[in-house]
Each structure stands twice: as structure tokens, then as C-alpha cells.
Design a protein around this ligand. Structure first.
Ligand code: ADP
Ligand code: MG
Length: 348
């Protein structure tokens, strides 16, 4: 089947450990994303799955079989990479046919499979064109068609949309998702773009210096980050200094803060809340838990939202995003406001 697993996989270059004992299990048909900053070990991990790089320690399993020492050809994977290297001297049809031609598939079957793959990426009619006659997005589709033409159960993709502009990127994200669902393929996808990871994935592994910092469904890793690294990497995050004061936890201006999960275990720590979870009301806060008084420093109009930067005292500045909804008057710089959020939207 299309299940994939890594067991304690490690890769070192000289004295540098670039992948440090990663373990993960991906069920067949899952869209799984490795997300992380540049240099965190995403490509190296994917290369060990592909067989281009040999692990120093650990095992690579596919469909339950040990593939650790199997060369790339024997793994039966589809692959798409960022520099979508389609062969310039071959036509679109010849490019897509390539994985089948090298396997010695019959001419009639190749023709049928190529037609099917091109239809899937909406490039029917482009068969005889060459690379120089294609836009970036069309070249990317050819690379995608070539990756799926042999009906692999598992497809690896390393920043495949990195070279495309925003609109085309979004369009291709939808297209890749759609093809993955229709074919029931396992996709292991690499990106450094958090929005792309959140929209496309069933599960995300956030990588930090060769390790998995956290792994889970998009909403879970976004709303319940287990570290400030994950919180900040997945979007804007308010991280406020808090300290224990008897049974209470106090934040800026002596405010009492409450979090539904992850109670403060040390004397000091950080409270996490996303900007869109903070409600901003006019005027000073009545003394109550999770109510902070602050002064608006900036109000930035971003189209669908207004982003406030609010001074909450004690050197703490909060970002608060308010929907630019009908009938909502924005707060202005200098206004005194109250910030409120629900305990369940916050963690220590
Ligand atoms: P990412 O894809 O997340 O940007 P990579 O897996 O490409 O990260 O690289 C992780 C680290 O390993 C980086 O510090 C990189 O410089 C190093 N690295 C990758 N490939 C090699 C190599 N062939 N030789 C030496 N160092 C490498
Ligand atoms: Mg990379």
C-alpha cells in the first residue's frame, strides 16, 4: 500500500547532524507536509525517502517493507521538485512518457497513460510543445503529470510551487489536492510556506534544526502550538511574559490571565494568543481575568482585516486582528481600548 514510515532516521554531514533521529508514520492516502525554515532538514529528509541520500542511522519503510538500502528506481515513487527540470529537448508528451519509456512499457499503454495524465493536469492539446513554448505554470503541470503517469502510490514534492506567482500558486495548490484525492495517492510535500502547509495538508510536521518540533493536523498545530518556535513559525503570535502570583497568573499591567490548557508550571513563562482571537473594544477594562487595557499604537488596514498594534504596558505590545466587517468603526492610534480573549484560545 502507500504507507510510509521513518524510524529514527539520522543524517550527518561531517560534524553537523542535519536530520536528528526523525520518526513518523504516514498512512496510505495522507497528504503529509514537512514545514520548516530554510536549512531545517526538509530536503534531506525527503531525499532519504527518495533514496538519493542514505541515512546514517534508522530505517525507511514503504508499505511496511524496509527500503532503507533500495536505490531510487526500486522505490516506485513519483517526484516533483522546485526546479521543475522538464527536459528541454523533449516534447510535453515525451517528457510525461519518460518514466514509462525507461520501464519499457508498450507504446499503446504509454499513449493512453500520457493522455490520461495530461487530461488530469488540464494540458490536453499541449502534447507536441517544447519547454520554451510553455509558461512557468504549464511547465509545473508537465512535471506533475510526469510524476503521476506511472500511478505511483506515493509522490514526493519538494517546494514544487516555489517559482510560481501567488495566483498561480493558489490555483496549483487546489489542483494538486484534487488530483491527490482522486487518485488516493500518499503525498509527502515540502514547503517553507505556512499558509500553503495549512491549506493543503492532512497533517503537518514542523521541523526545527533537524527535528520534528510538533506534528498534527493544521488546526491543531496552529491553535495549540507546544513551543514559541511553532507558535511564531505558523503565523503571527502574541507571546506575553507572565508570572505566577499565588493562585493567579499575572501579565502586563498586573492583569490576571487565564489559559484553558497548559497551566503555568514555572514561576514565569509566556502566554500565547493569536491576533485574530483578541477582541478589541473601546474604553478602559473593568478589572476581570483576561481583560487588558491598552493604547492603540498603529492601525493598519490590510483589506479584509484591520491589524492593531496595542501597547498593553510593561513593555508588552499586542497584535490584534479585527475583521473589516460592515458597520465596524476602526479604533484610532491613541485610543484607549480593552483587549479580551477566551481562555480556550490561549495557552501558557
Ligand atoms: P531545507 O530543505 O529544510 O532547507 P536541507 O535539508 O536542504 O534543508 O539542509 C539541511 C542542512 O544540511 C543545511 O544546513 C544544509 O547546509 C546541510 N546540507 C544539506 N545537504 C548537504 C550536503 N550534501 N553536504 C553538506 N551539508 C549539507
Ligand atoms: Mg529544501
Amino acid at each position: 500500500d502507500g504507507s510510509v514510515a521513518l524510524e529514527g532516521v539520522t543524517k550527518r554531514y561531517g560534524s553537523e547532524t542535519v536530520v536528528a533521529g526523525i520518526s513518523l508514520a504516514i498512512p496510505a492516502g495522507e497528504f503529509f507536509t514537512l514545514l520548516g525554515p530554510s536549512g531545517s532538514g526538509k530536503t534531506t529528509t525527503l531525499s532519504m525517502l527518495a533514496g538519493f541520500v542514505m541515512a546514517d542511522e534508522g530505517r525507511v519503510l514503504m508499505g511496511g517493507r524496509d527500503m532503507t538500502r533500495v536505490p531510487p528506481r526500486g522505490r516506485g515513487l513519483g517526484m516533483v521538485f522546485q526546479n521543475y527540470a522538464i527536459f528541454p529537448h523533449l516534447t510535453v508528451a515525451e517528457n510525461v512518457a519518460f518514466p514509462l519509456s525507461v520501464k519499457g512499457t508498450s507504446k499503446s499503454e504509454i499513449a493512453a497513460r500520457v493522455a490520461e495524465a495530461l487530461a488530469m493536469v488540464k494540458l490536453t492539446g499541449f502534447e507536441t510543445r517544447y519547454q520554451r513554448q510553455l509558461s512557468g505554470g504549464q511547465q509545473q503541470r508537465v512535471a506533475l503529470a510526469r510524476a503521476i503517469v506511472a500511478h505511483p502510490r506515493v509522490v514526493l514534492m519538494d517546494e514544487p510551487l516555489g517559482a510560481l506567482d501567488k495566483n498561480l500558486r493558489y490555483h496549483m495548490q487546489v489542483e494538486i489536492k484534487d488530483i491527490q484525492r482522486r487518485l488516493g495517492m500518499t503525498v509527502i510535500y515540502v514547503t517553507h510556506d505556512q499558509e500553503e502547509a495549512l491549506t493543503m495538508s492532512d497533517r503537518i510536521a514542523i521541523m526545527e534544526r533537524g527535528r520534528i518540533a510538533q506534528m498534527g493536523p493544521p488546526r491543531e498545530v496552529y491553535e495549540k502550538p507546544q513551543s514559541s518556535f511553532v507558535a511564531s513559525f505558523l503565523g503571527e503570535a502574541n507571546l506575553l511574559r507572565v508570572r505566577r502570583d499565588g493562585p493567579a497568573v499575572r501579565g502586563p499591567g498586573g492583569s490576571v490571565l487565564v489559559a484553558a490548557e497548559g497551566g503555568l508550571s514555572a514561576a514565569e513563562g509566556l502566554a500565547f494568543v493569536r491576533p485574530e482571537k483578541v477582541r478589541v473594544e473601546s474604553g478602559r477594562a473593568e478589572p476581570a481575568p483576561n481583560r487588558l487595557t491598552g493604547k492603540v499604537l498603529h492601525a493598519s488596514f490590510l483589506g479584509n482585516i484591520v491589524r492593531y498594534e496595542i501597547d498593553a504596558g510593561d513593555g508588552a505590545t499586542l497584535l490584534c486582528d479585527a475583521a473589516n466587517a460592515a458597520g465596524v468603526e476602526p479604533h484610532r492610534p491613541g485610543d484607549i481600548v480593552t483587549m479580551i480573549w477566551r481562555p480556550e484560545d490561549s495557552r501558557f
